[in-house]
Write a protein of this length. Sequence first.
Length: 45
Amino acid sequence: MRKKIVKKYADLILQANNATGRKEAVGLIHKAAKLKTKLDSYEMM
C-alpha cells in the first residue's frame, strides 16, 4: 500500500511540474498534499 501511495505522489508532483495552467497545477499539488498526509500517517504507525 505504501509503495502505491509513493508512486502516485511522485506522479502527481511530476504532472504539476508539467501543468499548463495555474488551476491545474494547484489542483494536482492539493491532491499530492493529501497523499503526503496519508503517507505520513502510515509512517507514524
